[in-house]
Write a new protein. Structure first.
Length: 364
């Protein structure tokens, strides 16, 4: 692991050294999503509200004297209260046949938790929590992602291996800085390690036959501060198959928060998560698409046996979310209707929550 991280650092620094470049090009794009949300269930009390999310992206590209190409992009996102963050940036160098090397800040996600990609409007709980719609969020419990922190990555060329196989690796040298940059850290499962921890993540994707996409990732924290028993890790895998107007997808994953978090095993806090999702999406024509998906999350509270310091699982709780969606494309905009129902929401026994979102989105 140490050799890999050192190689990444050396490769990135050598490629990103000051090299004369020709004048680059600049492009601007963006998107906007306006929504009306109705929340229901045991906690939301039928709250209603309007919301809007938007994104403005600046992209620059050019070529170096040695023939390498480069690209840079920066996203501007609303941060509430009328302020704006430029918290998504990336600088990537293409080495002409040897792959790409990039430095990312809140970008370059290698987690494959959303690779199954089923959703006419958006992917299940992910969309419900990040649509810009009003209402309380449900804690996300997917695994770790290097994009939560400033990181450096290497991507092998997409056409180097057969069957569409491509490997990527990312390294975040200090996870004490960037954990507030990612929506993933709003959920209880994604608390970062102690200050000074580094995060190493691998991703492997493939497209062995027409219509089939496969992917997997694994992430682990490497403790560099001497705190024992962290062992935080997580991983996912997915499969998606499209034939004609039908697309189906499936994924599985897990998150392990580390032995240092183990307490009494009474359900007061969770230490590990396992989850899976399945869904189908069908396009009636170029304008109308419908989808259905189901996500299941299982949380475990583990306790230590003091005498032997062994671990046992003593409390388990499940949460389920079912999503139904329809999207209608009207050319320059898409109208969407999204409905999700949750059982044992936020891992509270018997708690039911619903969210319905009517939206209009545009890209430019």
């Amino acid at each position: 692991m140490t050799k890999i991280t050192k190689m990444l650092a050396v490769l990135a620094s050598s490629l990103l050294m000051s090299v004369a470049a020709t004048a680059g090009e600049l492009a601007v794009s963006g998107s906007a999503n306006a929504s009306y949300t109705v929340n229901g269930g045991d906690q939301n009390n039928n709250d209603k509200g309007l919301g809007i999310s938007n994104e403005l992206m600046f992209k620059a590209s050019g070529e170096l004297d040695n023939g390498y190409s480069w690209n840079y992009h920066m996203e501007l996102d609303p941060n509430g209260g009328g302020t704006t963050d430029n918290d998504d940036t990336a600088l990537v160098v293409n080495t002409n046949g040897m792959g790409t090397v990039g430095i990312f800040d809140s970008e370059g996600g290698l987690s494959t938790e959303l690779g199954w990609g089923i959703g006419a409007v958006g992917t299940g709980l992910d969309y419900a929590n990040n649509s810009g719609a009003a209402g309380t969020n449900t804690a996300l419990n997917w695994g770790y992602d290097v994009s939560s922190y400033p990181n450096v990555q290497y991507h092998m060329p997409a056409d180097m291996l057969p069957l569409g196989i491509q490997a990527k690796v990312g390294y975040a040298p200090n996870t004490s800085d960037g954990d507030s940059n990612s929506y993933k850290n709003e959920g209880g499962a994604n608390d970062a390690g102690v200050d000074g921890d580094s995060l190493l993540q691998y991703q492997l994707t493939a497209a062995p036959i027409d219509g089939l996409k496969l992917g997997a990732d694994y992430a682990s924290f490497e403790n560099e501060t001497g705190v024992a028993d962290q062992e935080q890790s997580g991983g996912n895998w997915y499969a998606q198959y499209a034939i004609g107007n039908l697309k189906v997808g499936y994924m599985q994953g897990y998150t392990e928060k580390g032995k240092a978090t183990y307490a009494d095993g009474d359900g007061s806090s969770y230490d590990s998560y396992e989850y899976d999702a399945i869904g189908a999406e069908f396009a009636f024509n170029d304008n109308i698409t419908v989808s259905y998906s189901q996500e299941k999350h299982e949380a475990k509270d583990k306790g230590n046996i003091a005498a032997t310091k062994t671990t046992m699982t003593v409390f388990t709780q499940e949460m389920e979310a079912d999503s139904m969606q329809i999207a209608y494309n009207i050319g320059g905009a898409t109208l969407g209707l999204f409905h999700i129902e949750q059982d044992n929401a936020d891992f509270a026994v018997g708690q039911k929550e619903t969210k319905t979102i009517a939206s209009v989105s545009m890209a430019f």
